[in-house]
Design a binder for this molecule. Sequence first.
Ligand code: FHN
Length: 456
Amino acid sequence: MKKTVFYLKPHENTHWGISQKNFRNTVVVAYLLLFVVFRPLAQVAPENLKAREEFQDMKFGMFIHWGVYSVLGDGEWVMNNRRIPAKDYEKLPAFFNPIAYNPAEWVAMAKNAGIKYITITSKHHDGFAMFDSKVTDWDIMDRTPYKKDVLKMLAEECQKQGIKLFFYHSHLDWHHPDYFPRGETGNSSGRPDSGSFPKYLDFMNAQLTELLTHYGPVAGIWFDGWWDQKLKGTETRIDWQLSKTYNLIHKLQPACLIGNNHHVPPFPGEDFQMFEKDLPGSNTTGFSGDQKIGQLPLEMCETMNGAWGFNINDRNYKSTKDLLHLMIKAAGYNANFLMNVGPMPDGKIQPEFVQRFQEIGDWMKIYGETIYGTRGGPVSPRDWGVTTQKGNKVYVHILSWKDNTLAIPKLPQKVKSAIMFTSKAKVIVAETRDVVILKMPSIDEKEIDTVVEIEF
Ligand code: FHN
């Protein structure tokens, strides 16, 4: 094969051995590359960037899974799990009459627990709209005796009490006829094997438009169900047209944060990344095998017992200490903690949850300063606990340790002082080249969290 050899003429200027013309081309290519790499962030609206920071500061949210499935008290997957055909499932909304629903009480309970935002299901996988949707009659207004828009009521109350509101919206739909080709789940719905996926996407975007235009400022949309069409990795059976949906959301409300529980690394247009039932980077549940921690704000969601939607048989309640440890650890992993409740069909939240909210609130009133507005601290999570950081302060959260002395890796700056966060008693600090030794006056193993406050 003939080789083409380029020689530089003696008069040609060179930069690092390449001609001026080639140099110019290299600069153009580098510039284009830079543009491609940094363009996504440059395209993010300033109000969205601000919302991302605020989101990270809030640290603690309440997740609500509520729908007509709560009537059966067997979780939100009951339609799929009991193989209930759509036409039979359609009998359910007639029994959904939450006369005891009091959004002011819900929001006050959350607020008292130290919660800063609420994420509620606007539509779960059964496709039922828990709001006044004009593009379907499969919604709370048309099918239930209650006939009130529970989301609108909640949105108004959240605004009143200063709590941000996110909507959980399911991509997948076990009821809509145009959700075709079907995915991995909901295949006993008895729908004919036909439908137009583009039409379904139009329907979904129309519902999102309703949510983003009639409910005041929406802090975020929390998608779920993308995985229903997953083939391998990020390959899907159909084209979800995420960019179209994401652009629509950001056009309607630029500050609205988009997260998608697809269990794979974030796609362009997303504003936060979530991990289901696992701390970022772990995969004890099997959901997060394809996840990697990206650059976006992080969130971890978890149930208070084992169920998302109301499950009358689930008595596997996590203790207040377990829940607080999850929240504290999440903060140490630089993530928010989204703690779930599944309200009952009458609109009440079960007493076991209410009690835990109260106890968490009591703790947050004392220790909130070590959580809110912090980011993951300089020492990465350890077996004994985690660190959080805010300004010139590092909070060492000791969750499981027996001794009064704890050695932690060297910190980025020299320690000015260290005290026990609650008693303000002095902690003796010895710094060596690689280690900082904290000698505490005492440690009580029964404490939920022993916090040492370090100042630089
Ligand atoms: O299938 C859902 C489930 O019902 C629930 O909504 C959780 C919340 O993270 N997410 C899905 C499973 O990944």
